[in-house]
Design a binder for this molecule. Sequence first.
Ligand code: URA
Length: 190
Amino acid sequence: MVQTHAEWEAALLACSQCALCREGNRGPTSYNGTPDSPLMLVGEGPGGVEDEYGVPLVGPSGQLLDRALASVGITRDRIYTTNVVKCRPRGNRTPTVEEGQVCAGRWLDAEVALVKPKVIVALGSVALKYLYQPNARITKDRGRWFTTKYGIPAIATYHPAYLLRLTGQDLVRAKWEVYYDLKAAVERLA
Ligand code: URA
């Protein structure tokens, strides 16, 4: 049983306990930001760039996220960013609900217990399903507050990778929705 965030990270980085480790990735990715932040953002799982650097959300999705955070006056170094699954699924496929439960049950749950954020933002469907309910839908549930299994309030918003696929008015609308969701999360910290 790990006692500190540093012990948690060391144990995570040595993990090879589930099938995701055998999907040709470089091993588990850790967190990004500050472990004593009151705000935790939870993404889906590492992509190619994150797999290379070993930290979450530093590729194209992460760069878009940085701009969204800047629009609500916050920078990545002041928050804590992590993922539901810690190893990159082969070919960037979406991790299954079961893979999320196995990995997050082992690592994210302990991570939340150590970081003790005041507010959590679920980025996209995989995080929403793990933190709220397996049958939750991002299109229906984004922008709504819910209580996570940890008893910590959370709000879901679109994953930045989804925004990267949009154009025109759909993109404009989704960007505003992400802005309002992040703003609500920051205001809830006050
Ligand atoms: N998408 C995520 O959800 N997390 C990452 O770290 C990268 C892309």
